[in-house]
Write a protein that binds this ligand. Structure first.
Ligand code: SF4
Length: 361
């Protein structure tokens, strides 16, 4: 990794000056010293845009003002509040860690970087954020914003999403950190990346780093940071039968090691291609199951959900049966008006909302 060292010494000084005088970014958790609220905001914001995460953060804080209320909450209630944020492993880790901290540490977060790293769901970024914001410990946060700022300023042309390069940039970030003001420095670089050195159309004309910025001086602003292409997402095709019998709906909890663990779903047929989602195939499936069908409502829309490594295409069919069918033993029948209280994957939730099926018809 080739990096420009000129300007390194002034970097944190200029950044903090910008933070003190020009940083206008408002966030409810900014300046927060309570490790619980910092941790909560960081977990919600992992893989989530700030605009989306903000409302969830406020809802969580209102319902669970301290870690004790969160730790005592029933799983399904927390999953329901999380609904729509995706990446449910984060929610499972959130609950696990809340209960662990209450049981093991009487509700107090570890006040060291290494102690924080031991918590489930807390990686180096979140540990550095809590350590610096809550305890003023000198650990630099490194996220996409930070990598972008450093790659541009120092002219790093290697892919920033490769582990070795990321490690080098992490060491660089640590060397730039203001040891006397770690919380302010971390907040400053995150806000600077989000509001000035943005991914698209960075505000170079008003940037205090312009004179020393390698990308600006070398005409590389649109080129940096460089990233290696990710492998394409795996495509999956889900056909959901919403089976209704005597006013009850069949559902099951997804317990296998797969996406959407601990969320509910309807009767699923996973197809090998998108042809499996066509109405003619739905009829074939119902015949092969031997169901005694009273009525069928097909929904032509295919719902798409993008996950980190997968793209899920989903179709829905509402089937009312005359006779109780034989279905897998891990499912159960619920009243239609109970559906609204359960946590479903985003795709199913979207379908239910569009078809106004969360309340009794
Ligand atoms: S001059 Fe432009 S590219 Fe360089 S740090 Fe400032 S905003 Fe980013």
């Amino acid at each position: 990794m080739k990096k420009k060292t000129a300007g390194k010494s002034q970097f944190s000084e200029i950044l903090l000056k910008w933070h003190d005088n020009e940083n206008k970014r408002e966030m409810p958790w900014k300046g927060e010293k309570d490790p619980y609220k910092i941790w909560l905001s960081e977990i919600i914001l992992q893989q989530t845009r700030v605009e989306q995460g903000l409302a969830y953060y406020l809802r969580f804080i209102e319902k669970y003002p301290t870690i004790f209320e969160l730790a005592a909450a029933p799983d399904m209630e927390v999953f329901k509040l999380w609904e729509g944020l995706g990446y449910y492993s984060r929610c499972r880790n959130l609950l696990h860690t809340a209960r662990f901290i209450v049981d093991r540490f009487n509700g107090r977060f570890p006040a060291s970087y290494d102690g924080l790293l031991e918590l489930k769901g807390v990686g180096s970024y979140t540990a550095a954020a809590i350590a610096s914001f809550a305890f003023e410990l000198p650990f630099a946060v490194v996220d996409g914003n930070v990598l972008r700022v450093l790659a541009r300023y120092f002219g790093v042309k290697d892919p920033v999403n490769e582990t070795v390069i990321k490690e080098k940039l992490t060491a660089l970030a640590q060397s730039l950190l203001s040891v006397s003001r770690p919380a302010a420095y971390n907040q400053a670089i995150m806000d600077f990346g989000a509001t000035v050195c943005k991914p698209q159309n960075p505000a170079c004309s008003n940037c205090p780093f312009q004179k020393d910025c390698t990308a600006f001086q070398g005409g590389l602003v649109d080129v940096l940071p460089v990233k290696t292409q990710k492998p394409p997402r795996k495509e999956r095709f889900f056909l959901y039968f919403i089976i209704s019998y005597k006013g009850m709906i069949w559902i099951r909890e997804r317990t296998e090691k797969d996406i959407w663990r601990h969320l509910f779903e309807f009767f699923l047929v996973e197809c090998s291609s998108k042809e499996g989602l066509e109405p003619s195939m739905m009829v074939n499936y119902m015949e092969s199951f031997g169901w005694q069908v009273q009525s069928v409502v097909t929904h032509p829309e295919i719902f798409r959900q993008l996950l980190t490594h997968q793209e899920i295409s989903t179709s829905f069919v509402w089937v009312t049966l005359k006779k109780k069918p034989h279905l897998p033993p891990d499912g159960k029948w619920v009243e239609q008006n109970e559906i609204g209280g359960l946590a479903f994957p985003q795709t199913i939730q979207k379908f239910l909302q569009q078809n106004k099926l969360t309340i009794k018809a």
